[in-house]
Write a protein that binds this ligand. Structure first.
Ligand code: RIB
Ligand code: CA
Length: 316
């Protein structure tokens, strides 16, 4: 029996961040040793509150939460309230967690734990890369202390989602992303090119909602945070951006990759654009077994998986 993967999740909780947290704690091969938060989808106050409450709903108030960056390195914070609502959690009001945040701040916690568990921890970043950039600045040997790094971010082969060119996490703090990609560390980068293929569809949401009896925590979480999208905003699907980053950390064979060097647009016209500039060590995901991951996600979260929704989403 192989040992569980030690994971630190760096989040801007957010609807799909919440699902990534739920998926992580419901995955027996994951040991979530800490969650660090930052400004992204919403303010760091909201993303930290949301993270505490998501872990509480999942029955995991034992997992430490460390508040991190309150704004990008050098830009004014742009949030994603248009999708995640003002509170960052789709307007969901979860029972308040009794837990409080950990003593040290996000970047410090990442450094401390990487030194405590050298080459054992996979850091999974599913928000802007501000915390990671700060940690790298303070501790330049950090990447050598990790077992791996997975980033949800970028749009390499198709259009962005916050502008035509840029994906939100990179756009929000392009300088931080540029510093991280400049390391040419063999990180895995899971961009919109693959995350858009992994979908929670409204048909699955409604089938789960209509199921009688007590829902298990993962399903309760999904029903709460995705409610507004599917029942008020008329959405038919939501991409599992952040959960797929956990999938990549758990089972890299779920995706295929191009090894590349990556640069980030820092101008006003190309802010946050992620460009492959040639060969390198960064593993940019260019394909995904969407059905395998989507089914695994639904099973782990206790959601009804309606394959029909999958065909609709993939236009089959
Ligand atoms: O572009 C998708 C990413 O931006 C996800 O991490 C989502 O939570 C938002 O942060
Ligand atoms: Ca996120």
């Amino acid at each position: 029996m192989s040992t569980p993967t030690k994971i630190i999740l760096d989040v801007d909780t957010g609807i799909d961040d919440a699902l990534a947290i739920g998926f992580t704690v419901r995955s027996p091969m994951c040991e979530l040793i800490a969650v660090t938060t930052l400004a992204g989808n919403s303010s760091v106050e909201h993303t930290t509150r949301n993270t505490l409450d998501v872990l509480n709903l999942m029955g995991r108030t034992d997992i430490p939460v460390h508040r991190g960056a309150s704004h990008p390195l050098s830009r004014t914070h742009v949030d994603a309230a248009y999708w995640h609502d003002e509170n960052g959690l789709g307007g969901a009001k979860l029972p308040p967690s009794p837990a409080v945040i950990g003593a040290d701040r996000g970047p410090a916690a990442i450094i401390r734990l990487a030194k405590e568990f050298p080459r054992e921890i996979t850091l999974v970043c599913v928000g802007p890369l501000t915390n990671l950039a700060i940690a790298l600045n303070v501790e330049p040997t950090l990447l050598d202390l990790l077992a791996g790094l997975v980033i949800m971010g970028g749009a390499f082969f198709e259009h962005g989602n916050i502008t035509d060119l840029a994906e939100f996490n990179i756009y929000c703090d392009p300088e931080a992303a540029a510093q991280v990609f400049a390391t040419d560390y063999p990180m895995v980068v899971v961009g919109l090119d693959v995350t858009r293929r992994t979908i929670l569809h409204r048909t699955s949401y409604l089938a789960t909602q209509s199921r009688s009896g007590e829902h298990e925590p993962g399903a309760r979480l999904a029903l709460e945070v995705a409610r507004a999208l599917f029942t008020q905003k008329g959405k038919d699907e939501m991409a599992l951006h952040d959960p797929l980053a956990i999938g990549a950390a758990l089972d890299p064979s779920l995706l295929t990759y191009q090894e590349a060097s990556v640069e980030v647009g820092l101008g006003e016209a190309d802010r946050g654009q992620t460009r492959i500039t040639g060969p390198g060590k960064i593993k940019v995901a260019n394909g995904v077994n969407a059905e395998a991951f989507t089914q695994l996600f639904h099973e782990r979260m206790g959601l009804d998986w309606q394959r029909g929704g999958m065909e609709l989403a993939l236009g089959e």
